[in-house]
Design a binder for this molecule. Structure first.
Ligand code: BGC
Length: 743
């Protein structure tokens, strides 16, 4: 199974004659200028030192999982038994640990990793929110900005992007990804990898990225975090793997195993997934880190009886670095010495890790990222805050705007109600790794900043912890103004890792609050805040306008005020379907037809519910603007195409409203008849067009042959001839279509 290639020969050269090759071992074919250097270091290493490179500890400064206090970590670094640390932050702290590494026999530098999921000290919108911007350049920009700040704190590696496709809003980790669509998630994955890694890893403003969690973590049964995944291999390849592949092809430096099992084998010990698919078929030449203790957790899964068995499974399956389980440091040496594990596996892992350390320039100067002055200059700079503000505004989705109640020009009085609107801590969202709550701009503050001449009255309206209403207080401030802005939703800590929820409704009391305020005859503008799709049917009829404002980070309040005021005309589109009832979950736009297709209403003998329409509250791709757009029928350049030809489809977009705005024109396809059934629609392209009132532009979509294909029953990627529907519009439920023949 070992592919021949100059690099692999170079790498394996030293041991080729002397030891048996592992059956699926080093199989990457990159010609790296560092290959010989990596080998020369490897030659000097003892087995214990090699295993040390495969070991990662958390610092005791912060933990992002269940950690054991261990006062010997610095000592172990000095002995060369640690290759990487996570959760060490700040140029001076990283320097301290690196100095210990420089006291080790071979002076191999440490690699510092951290979960920079949506920013470091400057916090950007949560990734799901940013995905709503449908602006890939913007996502690349925030990733690059986050990388710059991260690297200035001595950190070389972020555990992001999370590229797990997710169709279940109960799962708390939906906030970390790009939502439900595989194709779009793949484009976002590429953009984020480009942003984090820049053009060169040697640049001290970039960091290594990490595609996680490999694989299918988002398919956890019942939306319960860490839960079993049970999907077909077809679904695995069709729905869950493509964003990982896209990240690999974009050059992502590392991968992280997932906690869950796939086909009965935990991902961390899954040879098919990691060695065969990732390192084999995809020729991935970076390294794979386990998730927190996921090597050790294979014992709990019941795959192996003990930690020694876990170490065996992990290393042979292709997990190169053990995060926090200590399985490798405790058992790999013994496993090699007794002949159970071929040392070539160890060498392969260490080569991959050393290669990244060379690419970062750490062998030239292990302290090149630990620069206090650079840190001071970079952290929370105005420039970064500005990026956060823009990203925040572009992430907001306008769900309703009756009678053009928004934007708010210069109102004399504004009432702001809802404890969430004044909660600094919540603005940041989950995984705000270094965000300082005092530095966040709340909604209330943002509104005050934007409307210095208005009289602004505020009331909590409900208790943040208990959700108990203070209706009297809310009504008192509402009475002073015609316009009431009400913030509702979930708390920031309710989404993120281990934050699955069986109920995803906006609390009933908050929904009632909206109703009461509307009954006072006010114009009620509702801001829905949260890290996932929420359900708020009860309040919907009483809201004049609804904005999904997610968690937007440090500049949240300013971004929201930018949209409320029309300084930024909202352009966000939902990257995940918002269900109308929890019983509809999992719900997604690209479902398949059945023999008894779903029908609107409450139909028996069709694929639906007796007590609930099958349709969502808001579909994927939905989002309004303060202006209106007209999108023409799609016009293909030909009615018939020959196999191999690129399909071209034109569509005219016109701004028919009164202000300038940006529309996201979406292209979906459907393969009408195929050997394996296909979804009723699949996103295959989108374009953002900014138009002045009355202005019209043409958008040209190009579909290459491979975008018309799918995995067949033998897991071969095929394009089958026949009819395809092409659909265009500004939301997955609002499309105009045409049919082409592709032969
Ligand atoms: C999470 C990962 C994270 C790691 C390190 C784990 O619990 O699943 O996403 O990168 O901890 O903090």
């Amino acid at each position: 199974m070992i592919k021949s290639g100059i690099f692999s020969m170079l790498l394996m050269g030293v041991i080729a004659g002397s030891c048996t090759q592992p059956s699926v071992g080093v199989n990457y074919e990159v010609i790296s200028p560092y290959a010989e250097k990596v080998d020369s270091v490897l030659k000097l290493m003892t087995l214990e030192e090699k295993i040390g490179q495969m070991n990662q500890y958390t610092s005791d400064l912060q933990a992002t999982g269940p950690s054991r206090k261990d006062s010997t970590k610095l000592e172990q670094i000095r002995k060369g038994r640690v290759g990487s640390m996570l959760n060490v932050k700040g140029a001076s702290n990283t320097r301290r640990f690196q100095e210990a590494a420089m006291e080790s026999r071979l002076r191999i530098p440490l690699l510092f990793g951290l979960d920079v999921i949506h920013g470091m000290r400057t916090v950007y919108p949560i990734p799901l929110a940013e995905a709503a911007s449908f602006n890939l350049k913007l996502m690349e920009r925030t990733a690059a900005a986050a990388a710059k700040e991260t690297a200035s704190e001595g950190i070389h590696w972020t555990f992001a992007p999370m590229v797990d496709v997710t169709r279940d809003a109960r799962w708390g980790r939906v906030m970390e990804g790009a939502g439900e669509d595989t194709w779009y998630g793949s484009r976002v994955a590429e953009a984020r990898v480009r942003g984090f890694q820049g053009k060169s890893l040697a640049d001290t403003a970039t960091v290594l990225a990490c595609a996680k969690h490999f694989a299918a973590y988002g398919a956890c049964i019942g939306g319960r975090d860490y839960n079993t995944v049970d999907i077909s291999r077809l679904t695995l390849h069709e729905v869950y793997l493509p964003p990982f592949r896209a990240a690999a092809e974009a050059g992502v430096a590392t991968f992280m195993n997932a906690f869950n099992e796939v086909e009965g084998v935990p991902s961390t010990g899954n040879t098919h997934l990691v060695r065969e698919v990732l390192k084999g078929d995809w020729s991935f030449n970076g390294f794979v880190v386990s998730d927190w203790n996921s090597v050790g957790e294979m014992v709990n899964h019941g795959l192996v009886p003990d930690l020694k068995g876990a170490a065996y499974k992990g290393v042979t399956a292709g997990c190169d670095m053990d995060m926090e389980s200590r399985a490798y440091t405790s058992h790999l040496e013994e496993l090699v010495k007794e002949g159970t594990v071929d040392e070539a596996y160890i060498d392969d892992a260490v080569r991959r890790i050393l290669l990244k350390k060379f690419e970062l320039g750490l062998f030239d100067d292990p302290f090149r990222y630990c620069n206090e002055q650079r840190q001071q200059k970079t952290v929370l700079s105005l420039e970064l805050r500005q990026v956060a503000r823009e990203a925040g505004a572009e992430s907001i989705v306008l769900l309703k705007n009756d009678n053009g109640v928004l934007p708010l020009k210069e109102p004399e009085h504004i009432a702001v109600v809802g404890a969430l609107t004044d909660s600094k801590e919540d603005m940041m969202g989950s995984w705000a790794i270094e965000g300082v709550r005092e530095e966040a701009i709340t909604v209330l503050q943002g509104i005050k900043n934007r409307y210095p001449n208005s009289v602004i009255a505020y009331a909590d309206g409900y208790d943040l912890e208990t959700n108990q209403l203070d209706l009297a207080g809310a009504k008192r401030v509402a009475a002073m103004s015609d316009i009431v802005i009400v913030g509702v939703g979930e708390r920031a800590y309710q989404s993120g890792e281990a934050r699955s929820m069986a109920h995803i409704d906006v609390p009933d009391s908050q929904q009632q609050l909206v109703k009461h305020l509307k009954e006072m005859g006010k114009k009620v503008i509702v801001l829905v805040m949260g890290g996932r799709p929420l359900i708020f049917n009860e309040l919907e009829p009483y809201a004049d306008a609804i904005l999904m404002t997610w968690w937007l980070g440090t500049e949240a309040g300013n971004s929201i005020a930018d949209v409320l005021s029309g300084d930024y005309n909202p352009s966000g589109k939902l990257p995940m379907t918002f269900p109308a009832a929890i019983g509809q979950v999992p719900i997604y736009y690209n479902y398949k037809n059945t023999g008894r297709p779903s029908q609107p209403g409450f139909m028996t003998y069709t694929c639906g519910y007796l007590d609930q329409d099958f349709r969502p509250a808001y579909p994927f791709g939905y989002g309004l603007s303060y202006t209106q757009f007209e999108i023409s029928d799609p016009i293909p350049s030909q009615k018939e195409y020959k196999k191999g030809e690129t399909v071209e489809c034109r569509v005219a977009v016109k701004n028919t409203g009164k202000c300038a705005g940006k529309e996201t024109v979406q292209l979906y396809i459907r393969d009408l008849v195929s050997s394996v059934t296909r979804p009723v629609k699949e996103l295959r392209g989108f374009e953002q067009v900014t138009l002045k009132p009355g202005e019209e532009k043409e958008v040209v979509f190009q579909l290459h042959e491979k975008e018309l294909g799918f995995y067949n029953g033998n897991l071969e990627y095929v394009v089958e001839p026949g009819e395809f529907e092409l659909m265009v519009g500004n939301s997955s439920d609002h499309l105009k279509k045409t049919v082409i023949l592709y032969n």
